[in-house]
Design a protein around this ligand. Structure first.
Ligand SMILES: C[S@@+](CC[C@H](N)C(=O)[O-])C[C@H]1O[C@@H](n2cnc3c(N)ncnc32)[C@H](O)[C@@H]1O
Length: 293
């Protein structure tokens, strides 16, 4: 499916506004960028693990493998993970279609004192200057749902990689994306894959639900098969696909996921075999690592 120019413009407008707001308010749930300035990281354990597995690094020191690698952080938003990888010794390029997001990336990189290149581009049409340059293309949490044509996007990823380079994707699971709300009523309103686009009008953002931001956005459904087959059709080998039923963050900032006593968030719908039993957690996150042939 190919989105309309209006859908693209609505999404860009939303991301420009979100990039200006995120990390600037006391109510922000995710973008505590001062943590990065203070030497910390906003990467989750699953994101660090994905990088470690792709680079062959020890899981106790997951970012050690990025030293001296060329990393493209695609759809980087504020670029916090890119800045952290640059601090670990990677040569990082952040690419996004939001000029405001890239300004925020440069500000953060300057505060941390690391070089990060920024490139304003539609992820579906990467400029030639990015082709064949990268050991890793890193994509994380809520990136591909904005892409209408996932095969085209995968071809861009493959173009950006050197032969032997890796796509490292740590993404929301398509099954979790289907669920709009859990209570008081279970609402499952998003298709499972196929590239169908759905338009939503609303206020706030996932990181700052109370933010004064009105938007009409269109997002696109991609199944696990769409993702894997798209990568294969783009000439990449699948090295690893993991599906995860618990994550450290609540990516959408709503109450679809429930926080357990262990602090992890899960998608628990209905009940187990008997009344009062907890159900089995459904997949909420996936890790994909591919290699360009
Ligand atoms: C949910 S954010 C990704 C989150 C990010 N990984 C993080 O941890 O903050 C999605 C990003 O995709 C970008 N984006 C959406 N559609 C795009 C497109 N067609 N081309 C380039 N960037 C796009 C948005 O500007 C936004 O920064």
């Amino acid at each position: 499916m190919t989105g309309t120019p209006d859908a693209f413009a609505g999404n860009l407008d939303y991301w420009e506004k979100a990039a200006a707001i995120h990390g600037t308010t006391d109510t922000d749930l995710h973008y505590h960028v001062d943590v990065v300035v203070d030497g910390g990281s906003l990467m989750t354990g699953l994101e660090e693990r994905a990088i470690a597995l792709a680079t062959g690094a020890d899981l106790d020191d997951p970012l050690s493998g990025v030293r001296d690698l060329d990393v493209l952080y695609l759809q980087s938003h504020l670029g916090a993970d890119g800045v952290v990888m640059a601090r670990a010794g990677a040569r990082v390029t952040c690419a996004d279609f939001s000029a405001t997001a890239l300004r925020r990336v440069r500000e953060l990189a300057e505060r941390v004192g690391v070089p990060v290149e920024t490139v304003e581009t539609d992820a579906r049409a990467l400029p030639e200057s990015l082709h064949g340059r990268f050991d890793i293309v890193y994509v994380t949490v809520g990136a591909i749902c904005w892409i209408d044509d996932l095969d085209l996007w995968m071809r861009q990823v493959a173009l950006a990689l050197r032969p032997g380079g890796h796509l490292v994707m740590a993404e929301l699971h398509p099954l979790y994306q289907m669920v709009e709300s859990r209570a008081p009523e279970l609402v499952v309103d998003f298709p499972y894959g196929g590239g169908a686009g759905l338009t939503f009008t609303g206020t706030g953002t996932y990181a700052d639900p109370g933010a004064e931001l009105e938007s009409t956005t269109t997002s696109y459904a991609h199944s696990v098969a769409d993702i894997v087959n798209g990568a294969v059709r783009a000439g990449m080998r699948i090295d690893l696909l993991d599906e995860h039923t618990a994550i450290e963050i609540n990516p959408r900032g709503d109450d679809v996921l429930q926080r357990g006593e262990d602090g992890l968030y899960r998608l628990l719908l209905g009940r187990g075999t008997k009344a009062g039993d907890d159900p089995q957690p459904l997949p909420v996150f996936l890790t994909l690592i591919t290699t360009k042939a």
